[in-house]
Structures are given as structure tokens and as C-alpha cells.
Design a protein around this ligand. Structure first.
Ligand SMILES: Nc1nc2c(ncn2[C@@H]2O[C@H](COP(=O)(O)OP(=O)(O)OP(=O)(O)O)[C@@H](O)[C@H]2O)c(=O)[nH]1
Ligand SMILES: [Mg+2]
Length: 394
């Protein structure tokens, strides 16, 4: 026990600060106890009786409310949903950091080692679970270590994230820690429910590159992770697709950071648009929540079409979103479909453009059982910008 506390103390500056406070209070109490011993524990914490003796309870409750100084500041990103992010493992942590950088302060990084922490993240966002120094691609060990420490993670969510409705759990598929993230599902759900969060846990997991998948251990870990998250709303990010999109554009060192940042901005934009008013047609928080709540895989993609005079504008928008997405292509009959368009006022006033855009809505709407749409006028956009999301795929 002593060594576990010691390790935590060494790794986690906030834990250390709080532990010191507890130690101080403990010392004070034990000195007082010695002076006044013997004192029954119930008497020691009872509020002092007042004149009437009946009103001692008033205010007694307030005194016991402890302000938790570990609570992270609110998100600065504009978002229609009250959400936070938990990255599990090395890759999950880097993905989570991209959301932090996009203004989602309600983010924590959970890992079984402090050796692959992304640089530039304040200790307040880290939680290193004790019991192993990394799990070396062993997902069974990862699940054991995470399960053994699920109460620690649940407590960290409650005290650092506070009340949220939606929790996004990010993990790099293939590793031993990230692929074990579902072992924390009970902890995440209990945390949301205990603070009356009205959303759900949504997983964001990466699919290893083609090269990595040649390794049987990585393949098995990824398959196990996919099976674990299948029944929950989840987004799969295909690393091979991302790397191909970025190859030749950025160096190896910046490949993942660029891909992570692009994805965080893409999803962040959808959350923001759901909070944006529109005179034409708005996609609101309820619509977004419906898309996120539906169990099964979620696809998200975006594109910019510079030339809106093209005859096949609808097809360009739809195909562009598929091509520009980090997710594997949509499959089966999605339950929900979303099409968000950002247009300039010139485009919004052009009857030709709106006719041709109807085809884009038909492409998305025709594939999904329910279609949600939003059209926003913004004169700063560099062309027509489109976001497509499908949900509830198997
Ligand atoms: N999209 C994305 N994927 C990443 C990133 N970093 C790593 N990955 C992927 O995540 C997979 C798992 O690696 P890690 O996340 O480092 O593994 P881990 O979860 O820490 O597990 P152990 O190290 O075995 O305990 C890798 O094989 C990569 O495919 C990242 O920044 N972005
Ligand atoms: Mg790792």
C-alpha cells in the first residue's frame, strides 16, 4: 500500500498535493485526539450544540461540502453538448490531447505507464494507474490492471471532469492498454449516472495500419476491442486511410499529431454547428444527441467544394465527405444520417446551387433511416463546406 501511494505521489502532482493536505489534517486530528482521549468518533464530528440545542443541524451539511480543487476548468470550445474526453493508453492519450488543444479542457489521459505521455499536458489531466509499467501489448493484463483500478478512474472522472452528459473514450486499437479500455465501461457509466449525466459513453478507437495488422498480437487486440465496443456508439478511425491522406503532406513525426488535430477539429465543428442558429435549417443539440446515442458504428467525414458551379455538386459533396473521412466507408443501412452545409450568402441566394444541393441531401437521406440536416450561412468559408455523419451501423 505504502509503495503504491508513494508511486502515485511521485507521478501525480495533484494527488501529492491532496495527500499532503490529508496528512496535515490527519496529524492535527491525531494530536487533538491524544490531548482529549478518549473521545467517541461520533462526538468528535458532531456539530457543536447551539442555545436551543435543536438547530445544530442547520449549516452542518454545508460545512461537510468539500470543494474539490481538482475540478478541471470548463471547455472553451463552443459545443451543443456537455462533453468530456478520456484517452486510454499511449495513442488514446495523444488523440485526447488533440481534443484538449481544440478547447475541450474536460479531458483526462489514463495510462498504465507514465513513459508515453504526450508532452505539453498539465499533470492535472493525467491519471497513471498503478500495478504495471505499461502492459506490453498484453490486453488481458491491460484489462486486469484497468479493472483493478476502476474505482480510481471513476473517482478521477467525478472529481476532475465534474458533471458531464457525454463521455468520449479514445483508444489506439492494437496496444494492450487502449484495447483494454472497455474494462472501464462500468466505471464510466456509473460516473455519468451518479452525476445525472443524460448522454452516454461513446468510443473512438483507431484501427491499426495495414503494416501493423500483419502482426497477430496487434490484430487480435484490435479485433477484441472492436467486439467490446460493437454494442455501444463508436467511431472507428482508420489509421491507414489517415496516413495515406497525409503522406507527402507532412513528415513522419507529424503524421499522427496532424491526423489527430484534423479529426478533433472535424468532430468539434459538428458539436459547434449543433449550437449555431440558422435562418435556413438548423441541426440542434437534440439531433446531435440522437446521432450519438444510437448504438453501433458512427461515420464522420467532411469536405470543401471550391467550385459550386459543377453540375454534380450533390455527388461531389457526398463523395468528398467519404474521401475526406478518417473513418472506414459507411456500411449496411445506417439508422441516422446527418448533412451539414456551410455556404456563403451568394450561394444561399443562388437557386441553381440549392437545386443541385438537394441531390446531396438525397444521397445521405437515401442511405439512412432518419435524415438530419442543417444549412448555415457563413461568408468566411473558402468554398462550400459539408459534414456528413452516419450512425447506428453494424
Ligand atoms: N490515430 C492515432 N493512432 C495512434 C496514435 N498513436 C498510436 N496509435 C495507434 O495505436 C496503436 C496502439 O498503440 P498505443 O496506443 O501506443 O498502445 P497502448 O494502448 O499504450 O498499449 P501498451 O503500450 O501495449 O500498453 C498503435 O499501434 C497505433 O496504430 C495517434 O496519435 N493517433
Ligand atoms: Mg503504451
Amino acid at each position: 500500500m505504502g509503495s503504491t501511494l508513494g508511486r502515485l505521489e511521485a507521478r501525480d502532482p495533484i494527488f501529492k498535493r491532496n495527500l499532503n493536505k490529508i496528512k496535515k489534517v490527519g496529524k492535527k486530528m491525531s494530536t487533538e485526539e491524544n490531548e482529549q482521549a478518549p473521545v467517541a468518533p461520533a462526538e468528535a464530528v458532531a456539530p457543536p450544540a447551539d442555545d436551543d440545542g435543536e438547530w445544530g443541524f442547520v449549516g452542518g451539511m454545508d460545512e461537510t461540502v468539500v470543494h474539490d480543487d481538482r475540478l478541471l476548468p470548463d471547455n472553451t470550445a463552443v459545443t451543443a453538448i456537455n462533453c468530456g474526453f478520456v484517452g486510454v493508453g499511449g495513442g488514446g492519450g495523444k488523440l485526447a490531447k488533440a481534443f484538449m488543444d481544440a478547447g475541450f479542457n474536460k479531458t483526462i489521459l489514463v495510462n498504465t505507464t507514465d513513459k508515453d505521455q504526450p508532452p505539453g499536458v498539465d499533470g492535472a489531466h493525467f491519471l497513471n494507474v498503478p500495478g504495471a509499467d505499461g502492459v506490453g501489448k498484453d490486453v488481458a493484463l491491460g484489462k486486469k490492471v484497468l479493472s483493478d483500478n476502476s474505482a480510481l478512474v471513476e473517482d478521477a472522472c467525478r472529481s476532475r471532469l465534474g458533471k458531464l452528459d457525454w463521455l468520449f473514450v479514445l483508444a489506439g486499437g492494437g496496444g494492450g492498454t487502449g484495447s483494454a479500455c472497455h474494462a472501464l465501461h462500468g466505471a464510466f457509466s456509473r460516473y455519468l449516472k451518479s452525476l445525472e449525466g443524460e448522454g452516454a459513453v461513446v468510443y473512438i478507437v483507431s484501427k491499426p495500419s495495414a503494416q501493423e495488422l500483419l502482426n497477430p498480437a496487434i490484430e487480435e487486440n484490435y479485433t477484441a476491442l472492436l467486439a467490446d465496443v460493437a454494442a455501444h456508439p463508436h467511431i472507428v478511425i482508420d489509421n491507414e486511410r489517415q496516413l495515406q491522406l497525409l503522406r507527402g503532406k507532412v513528415g513522419m513525426l507529424n503524421m499522427f499529431p496532424s491526423a489527430n488535430a484534423t479529426f478533433a477539429k472535424q468532430l468539434g465543428q459538428v458539436f459547434k454547428l449543433a449550437d449555431t442558429a440558422s435562418d435556413i435549417s438548423a441541426f440542434d443539440a437534440n439531433d446531435l444527441e440522437r446521432c450519438l446515442r444510437t448504438p453501433g458504428r458512427i461515420f464522420v467525414g467532411s469536405t470543401v467544394v471550391k467550385d459550386t458551379s459543377t453540375r454534380d455538386l450533390g455527388a461531389s459533396v457526398f463523395q468528398g465527405c467519404l474521401k475526406g473521412s478518417p473513418c472506414p466507408a459507411p456500411t449496411g443501412k445506417p439508422e441516422t444520417g446527418m448533412l451539414l452545409l456551410l455556404v456563403t450568402s451568394a450561394m444561399a441566394n443562388d437557386p441553381d446551387v440549392s437545386n443541385r444541393l438537394e441531390a446531396a441531401a438525397a444521397y445521405v437521406g437515401g442511405r439512412a433511416n432518419t435524415l438530419f440536416q442543417g444549412v448555415y450561412v457563413n461568408d468566411k468559408v473558402p468554398g462550400l463546406i459539408a459534414f456528413v455523419m452516419f450512425g447506428g451501423m453494424n
